[in-house]
Design a binder for this molecule. Structure first.
Ligand code: SF4
Length: 214
């Protein structure tokens, strides 16, 4: 991984105004974590908290993701998190497939090219559709492996925001699905990198690292 290339990409991203989503947000939100990580988690796009702090997956969904990562011996500083779409859609709506493709072909594809992860975890259907399964339902495809167009092993699981919308038994069941999907992803990395350290001594508090922008 060439960190100079990644830094240059971030500078270019910060000045992107290539689509109308840019008008409704403070500025694009890029990636966070270890750029040398062999595992990349791809969500759908920033929400209000992410836009406020300039960090992907830092709001309620991100905090749930952090708990799920911790339960599978991973912490945010030692993995890489990013999104398909870099600018917050107005009203925190889900980005469309077209918006996802337009942005990801400019930025996410380049991130993947530079970082070269061994495994990608698609969080939710926007990422699943962009990364290789445009017609599949997340409920049917999660937990199964496919290859991205770059030839990288990819597994999809539920987006944490979906888990937050569930309640009771449904939520518990879905959380277990996510746990097993993350375990699978971690195990896949260990097949080729048995010594990779995924976990720090304690979960990272992203709010200690990022200050509110507005
Ligand atoms: S959503 Fe993507 S393509 Fe559109 S302005 Fe933001 S960074 Fe650029």
């Amino acid at each position: 991984m060439d960190s100079t290339e990644l830094d240059a990409l971030e500078t270019q991203l910060n000045s992107c105004h290539d689509c109308p989503l840019r008008d409704g947000c403070q500025s694009p939100v890029g990636w966070f974590g270890n750029p040398h990580s062999p595992i990349m988690f791809v969500g759908e796009g920033p929400g209000g908290v992410e836009d406020d702090y300039g960090c992907p997956l830092i709001g309620p969904s991100g905090q749930l993701l952090d708990k799920a990562l911790w339960s599978t011996n991973m912490t945010r500083d030692l993995v890489l998190t990013t999104n398909v779409v870099k600018c917050r859609p107005k009203g925190n709506r889900t980005p469309t497939i077209e918006e996802g493709r337009f942005c990801a072909e400019r930025w996410l594809d380049k991130e993947i090219e530079i970082i070269k992860p061994k495994v990608i975890v698609a969080l939710g259907s926007v990422a699943l559709h962009y990364l290789g399964k445009p017609d599949d339902k997340i409920t049917r495809t999660r937990g199964t492996w496919f290859k991205t167009k770059q030839g990288i092993d990819c597994i999809a699981t539920f987006h944490p925001s979906y888990l937050l919308r569930l309640a009771g038994h449904d939520q518990v069941t879905a959380k277990w699905h996510v746990f097993y999907d993350l375990e699978k992803a971690r195990a896949k990395v260990l097949e080729s990198l048995p010594d990779y350290k995924f976990c720090s001594d304690k979960p990272l508090n992203l709010f200690e690292l990022f200050k509110k922008r507005s």
